[in-house]
Design a protein around this ligand. Structure first.
Ligand code: ADP
Ligand code: MG
Length: 239
């Protein structure tokens, strides 16, 4: 309605898609686990950033998203918060017995994966939420061992993750969230086919794609990964 539209325009949030959930104004009172809200506060996240205001509720509604927002606008927490909420909810309900991955995040570089995993650990502290980092430079056997011991989230580069999946059988049947961070960069680095290959091993996950810019290649990938995608762009007057 008009009020929501003017709120979005004030926050510089543009949305495109069917039945887009309303933005949230705070982390508490959004149905997130109490411990997660406390972790956000401890990390100094008092208020959600605009991209978080719109992405978190849309993600909680299991919608697939293509999000563009400037560097530094808080995209990482916008996908980590709903993932942590989702995982800890499933685990505390004991919906699944074995702790196999429930979500996969792909990012183009080792460094970026390290940063994302670090933030995931900070925000997921004290919750039934464990992470595995799957990147080059660390022994593959160690990464496999960690996954075998029970985790909720895999953060990795596409090449290394495929390498691991070829050498070791990981049950991906409970992965229902698939995130591509810095999609534009993933495509520039030639990771398209590998990302598709990982996607095809999953069973109809929610797909969330994040990019500083959205070009036709990004749109094409988005169309081949998900239907009924919500497009969200924040603080980007060119969109
Ligand atoms: P992006 O991925 O959009 O480039 P990041 O997710 O890396 O941006 O976030 C940029 C910085 O802002 C990080 O240092 C992060 O800890 C911080 N940050 C993210 N969300 C919030 C928030 N709601 N409140 C305060 N700081 C935040
Ligand atoms: Mg980022």
């Amino acid at each position: 309605d008009g009020q929501i539209a003017s709120l979005r325009s004030k926050l510089d949030i543009c949305v495109n898609g069917e039945d887009v959930p309303d933005p949230i104004m705070c982390f508490s009172s959004s149905g997130l686990p109490e411990k997660l809200v406390l972790n956000l506060e401890s990390a100094g996240y008092v208020m959600p950033t605009p991209v978080q205001m719109q992405v978190i509720p849309a993600s909680i509604c299991n919608r697939s998203l293509l999000v563009s927002a400037d560097t530094g606008s808080g995209k990482t927490a916008s996908f980590l918060v709903p993932i942590i909420a989702h995982c800890s909810q499933l685990r505390s309900q004991k919906c699944t017995d074995k702790r196999g991955p429930l979500a996969i995040i792909l990012a183009p570089t080792r460094e970026l994966c390290l940063q994302v995993e670090e933030q995931a650990k900070v925000l997921g502290k004290g919750l039934p939420f464990k992470t595995a980092l799957v990147v080059g430079g660390d022994p593959l056997a160690q990464q496999i061992y960690r996954i075998e011991n029970g985790i909720e989230l895999i953060v990795g580069t596409p090449g290394r993750l495929i390498d691991l999946l070829m050498k070791h059988n990981v049950d991906l049947s409970n992965v229902n969230v698939f995130v591509l961070d810095e999609v534009d960069c993933l495509l520039e680095r030639g990771f398209r086919d590998q990302a598709m290959q990982i996607f095809q091993a999953l069973s109809h996950p929610q797909v969330m794609m994040f990019s500083a810019t959205v070009n036709s290649e990004v749109e094409k990938l988005s169309n081949s990964l998900a239907k009924n995608v919500i497009h969200i762009s924040c603080g980007n007057p060119n969109k």
